[in-house]
Design a protein. Structure first.
Length: 47
């Protein structure tokens, strides 16, 4: 696993959920309009 250093303000630890033909990660509503980065920390489950 690679290691990254990211400077930021808050962290959300969550799970990616299927939505239509893709997937979403939900974050707090007050983050709307902010720049964010998503880092995958485990291998996806094969379903």
């Amino acid at each position: 696993m690679d290691q990254f250093t990211i400077n930021g303000h808050e962290v959300v630890d969550g799970e990616v959920k299927a939505t239509g033909n893709g997937a979403h990660v939900y974050v707090p509503k007050h983050w709307r309009g902010a720049d964010v980065k998503v880092v995958r920390t485990s291998d996806p489950d094969d379903e």
